[in-house]
Design a protein around this ligand. Structure first.
Ligand code: AMP
Ligand code: MN
Ligand code: MN
Ligand code: MN
Length: 278
């Protein structure tokens, strides 16, 4: 069975390894088909593709788009995209545009909570200044000794109801699926088990996603608890959605799941890569 990993992050968004380092790690871990899916950004794809080609590793260009749906943040992965497509490039540039001012507001809240210098501190962790995100703030808060780990930060800061959370308007579901499809790609709902939705709301998200031409859902992901793999496999079968697998790897020090290390997809699913010719 192929070892397929279609979700991870480089230093171009909020990962800690470069695209080329990720390619080498994927190869070393036995990955057969690998996608880089940085948040709202395509800047790592050329380096990733070149490194993968040199290693004889099958590469798929990807992206993870931040959207707002029913007032909550949802992530839509685009796979096998043409990273040169202007609609996708312009759309992502507009999504990135709000990150800096959001970061300023996050820092102002943290300042009010007694934590100084968070904007500059987070920016020091952001290789790509256009892609300042919560993970960079989390790394700063660990460095500053406020929390011991990044995951402890996300229990006490930067999330709804806690200091440093700033609600944000990302792209719409409709835009994200349209940009991905315009660029020839396949749209996949990332880590469905992570959203604060009940079954009705998730069902409504999926209905709308499908009506727009979305095709897949992540089933086996490092952002799910292992007991959720079967739960979302059942959902994918019932909804006739293509199933995806990806570690959501952000770096050796922070991620639970390494590249290519998760279980295979459960049986009876159509993988999102089913018609990608050898
Ligand atoms: P942003 O797009 O700036 O809102 O940042 C979202 C990123 O924060 C996600 O892609 C994860 O990398 C990280 N994140 C969110 N929640 C958690 C969590 N509970 N534990 C670790 N990282 C998280
Ligand atoms: Mn991330
Ligand atoms: Mn995500
Ligand atoms: Mn991700």
């Amino acid at each position: 069975m192929l070892n397929v990993d279609l979700h991870c992050h480089s230093t171009v968004s909020d990962g800690t390894l470069s695209p080329a380092e990720l390619a080498a790690r994927a190869r070393a871990n036995g990955v057969d088909i690998w996608a880089l899916t940085d948040h709202d950004e395509l800047g790592g794809i050329a380096e990733a593709r070149e490194a993968a080609n040199d290693l004889g590793l099958r590469f798929v260009a990807g992206v993870e788009i931040s959207i707002t749906w029913a007032g909550k943040t949802v992530h839509i992965v685009g796979l096998d995209i043409d990273e040169q497509h202007p609609d996708l490039r312009d759309g992502l540039a507009s999504v990135r545009g709000g990150r800096s001012s959001r970061g300023r507001e996050m820092a102002a809240q943290l300042q009010a909570a007694g934590i100084a210098g968070a904007f500059e501190g987070a920016m020091r962790h952001a290789d790509n200044p256009e892609l300042l995100g919560r993970t960079h703030f989390a790394r700063f808060l660990v460095e500053a000794g406020v929390c011991r780990t990044v995951s402890e930060v996300f229990q006490n800061y930067l999330v709804e109801g806690k200091p440093g959370f700033v609600p944000h308007r990302w792209a719409t579901l409709e835009q994200s699926v349209r940009w991905i499809r315009s660029a020839g790609g396949r749209a996949v709902i990332a880590h469905p088990g992570r959203y604060p939705f009940d079954d009705m709301q998730l069902g409504a998200l999926i209905d709308q996603f499908r009506s727009l031409g979305g095709e897949g859902i992540e089933v086996v992901t490092g952002s799910h608890e292992p007991h959720q793999f079967d739960e979302y496999a059942t959902l994918a079968r019932r909804q006739g959605l293509l199933a995806s697998r990806g570690s959501d790897f952000h770096g050796p020090a922070e991620s639970r799941a390494d590249l290519g290390s998760l279980p295979h997809l459960p049986a009876g699913l159509t993988p999102v890569w089913h018609d990608w010719t050898a």
